[in-house]
Design a protein around this ligand. Structure first.
Ligand code: DC
Length: 231
C-alpha cells in the first residue's frame, strides 16, 4: 500500500436552504486557501436579471435567450464572493425577498441549469474549489473528491434565519418555517437536477453542531483526501 498525495481537490457542499452551506463553504475555502464558489448566487443573479426584464419563469424561450447572453462574473474578495451582472455589483440585490421568493422557479428551467452548470464546471476545472449548491455532487462535479450533504431540521434552519432578522425586516418564525419548507419542496421535486444527496456524499446534520465544528470536520476530511491511499 502506498500513500499518494495530490495537490488540490474539489469539494462539493450541497443541501437545503439555510443549512449553513455558504458560511461553511467560505470558511473551508479560507482554511485550505481554496476559492469559494456560491452557485446559489448565480441562480439568484439570473432571477434578478429576468425579473428586471419582465421575463417569467414560464417564458422558456425568452429565458433561454436571456441566459445565453448573460454576463456574470464571480469575483473573490477578502470579504467574500462578489457577483457582477453585466459589470454591476448585485451582491446585495440578489438577497432581496423578491429574488428569494422567485429564484427556485427560475432555477427549474433546463436552459438556466445547463448554462450555469457549464460555467460552474469551467470554474472548477483546475481544482482547489469549494462549491456549494443543490446539485454540485450529483450533476455539476460528480467527480469531486469530497462531497458533503449538509442539512439541519426545518425548525433549526428557520430559527437561524429568525435570529438574523432586525426590527425593519421582521418576519414571524412560523412564516419563515413555511417559506423554507416550500423552497425545499420546489428544489427537491423539480424534474432537472433536484436537490438530493449524492450516493457518495457524506451526510452531515448541523442541527446540533456549531459552524466551526462543521468547518473543522470538513477541513480534516479534505486533508485526508489530499493524502489519498492507494494499492
Ligand atoms: O443557496 P441559495 O438559497 O442562495 O439558492 C438560491 C436558489 O437557487 C435555491 O432556491 C435553489 C437554487 N439553486 C439550485 O437550484 N442549484 C444550485 N446549485 C444552487 C442553488
Amino acid at each position: 500500500m502506498t500513500l499518494t498525495s495530490i495537490d488540490r481537490i474539489n469539494i462539493a457542499i450541497d443541501g437545503p436552504a439555510g443549512a449553513g452551506k455558504s458560511t461553511v463553504a467560505r470558511k473551508v475555502a479560507a482554511a485550505l486557501n481554496y476559492v469559494y464558489v456560491d452557485t446559489g448566487a448565480m441562480y439568484r443573479a439570473v432571477a434578478l436579471h429576468a425579473l428586471r426584464n419582465g421575463i417569467k419563469p414560464s417564458q422558456a424561450s425568452e429565458l433561454q435567450a436571456l441566459v445565453e447572453a448573460i454576463d456574470l462574473k464571480l469575483v473573490p474578495t477578502p470579504e467574500g464572493q462578489k457577483i457582477l451582472l453585466h459589470n454591476e455589483d448585485v451582491t446585495e440585490l440578489i438577497r432581496s425577498r423578491e429574488v428569494t421568493a422567485q429564484v427556485s422557479h427560475y432555477a427549474s428551467d433546463e436552459h438556466v441549469r445547463k448554462k450555469l452548470g457549464d460555467m460552474q464546471r469551467l470554474l472548477a476545472k483546475h481544482k482547489g474549489i469549494v462549491m456549494d449548491g443543490r446539485d454540485i455532487g450529483t450533476h455539476v462535479l460528480p467527480d469531486a473528491e469530497l462531497k458533503i450533504f449538509l442539512t439541519a431540521s426545518v425548525e433549526e434552519r428557520a430559527l437561524r434565519r429568525y435570529r438574523e432578522l432586525t426590527e425593519s425586516n421582521y418576519i414571524p418564525l412560523e412564516q419563515l418555517e413555511a417559506e423554507i419548507a416550500a423552497r425545499d419542496r420546489l428544489d427537491e421535486t423539480r424534474d432537472i437536477a433536484p436537490l438530493i444527496q449524492a450516493e457518495d456524499a457524506l451526510l452531515l446534520d448541523s442541527s446540533d453542531m456549531s459552524i466551526d465544528e462543521v468547518v473543522a470536520f470538513i477541513v480534516k476530511l479534505g486533508n485526508t483526501k489530499l493524502m489519498g491511499v492507494s494499492e
